[in-house]
Design a binder for this molecule. Sequence first.
Ligand code: SF4
Length: 548
Amino acid sequence: MGIIKLETKDKKRKVTNNRMTNKNLLSGNEAIARGAYEAGVKVGVGYPGTPSTEILENFTKYEDVVTEWSVNEKVAMEVGLGSALAGKRTLVTMKHVGLNVAADPLFTASYIGANAGMVVVVADDPDLHSSQNEQDSRHYARAAKVPMLEPSDSQEAKEFVRYACELSEGFDTPIFLRSVTRISHSKTVVAFEPKLNYEHDKGFEKENIKKHVMIPAFARQRHFVVEDRMKALEEFSNRIEINRIEKGKGEIAFVTAGLCYNYVKEVFPEADIFKIGMVYPLPMRNLLEFCKGYEKVYVVEELDPFIEDQLKARGANNIVGKEILPVTGEYSPELIYTAITGNKFKGMEVGIKPFARPPMLCPGCPHAQTFNAMNKLGLTVSGDIGCYTLGTLPPYSAMHACVDMGASIPFAQGIELAQGSEFKHDVVAVIGDSTFAHSGITGLINAAYNKRRILVIVLDNSTTAMTGMQPNPFNGSTITGEETVVIDYQKLAEAIGIKKDNFRTVTAYKEEIISETIQELLAKKELCLMVVTGPCLIYKRKKEKNNG
Ligand code: SF4
């Protein structure tokens, strides 16, 4: 990428990049963190979730920044909005399913704007490497009317953060930076640049209530501002270099973005390519003009036909996309080549197939005894997101539903509601400590308030194990390792009205005691909370190693 010229209504700015001062091999996540640092981002907030976790973990290593693991993505979005409105460039990170949690503030943040740059990084997970669904976050950009950039490698991931900050400020809007697992976790060469000593000229304008307080009368007016902004952004999208045409031999033409751009380049190096860096709003005028020049244009995009549908809706009738390319899973150079030519791509055979390892709890995992106990008792287990989801599979076979983070407790309540007086009291909700803090507590409050009669079991392993051992409000440290408050389960239970005698804490290593306690609490036929404590083995080893 050469020079990006950012022209907004009231000012012209230039972002000069690619001065190859040095070369570093970085993952997309590390590059986003570096990009935020170079752009003068001061605040980083998020919730861990594969494949986005390492962004904030890396960003926190830079000097002169403040970071936090928020209790969930909604809170991160709200903290991030406050920080951007108070005049600090801000990074908010999450994975795609986390964006569902953050959707509520996102849609209103779009109306309020940003002041200093507010970059929301969302990482999608095509092929579900570590997720409960395969959703395409680009739809959120469109639905919330928030622009979205999508890098193709680590260098772009770094550069796009700074560019996103500029755009966010120039158009007074939060902005998305979308990644996918292969961008987040693959390493490519990145040139570093010096940190920008950035200071926004405005802090929080408390008198500007028409922009910051979204009562209907003010929000109605802001909606017009948002619509005007989207028109201006679409026009702008036609004039920026991150949306560019790469001329080849003119024999075959593609429209593509993000990771897929690399695949197309690899198998069709001489193709004409319209490479999109801003996936929303699309540079529609230029795209339609480009498409006119060919009999057929292949739109290559993982997951949904997001670009394809918009092109077709605007009259492009020579588009070929999802009728030959799948809407599920990850793409590869070979898949694209085969779909388009009907031939197998030669040169891609490496002859080594990755070893398939079925996901399972680590040997000696503290959750094992609880799952063994629940299995032997023949319970119906409403589960949640985390390592303990693996209790579904043999040899435990002790989890029967898992929807989304925090859903275990309300789901169990739903079973009770459906069964009414027939409720067997053999239903337990199982959730981890981090997930309980994320969105389990509200479910427990709902159960107490509505007099539900379920047993909730928190498997507290002293960390957020599945995403790589992040701390949480039940573990006593912050993202930087600083000591902080630890939420007391018993006091929490009492505060929301769970009877003292309906609360128990047991060790994770004694199956017999776990089994007896479960039976005792289920026999009460009332709302009960049981906390099973035992540190994650990997976390324990890591901690011991760090302590020498
Ligand atoms: S990482 Fe920790 S909590 Fe997760 S399965 Fe392994 S031992 Fe259990």
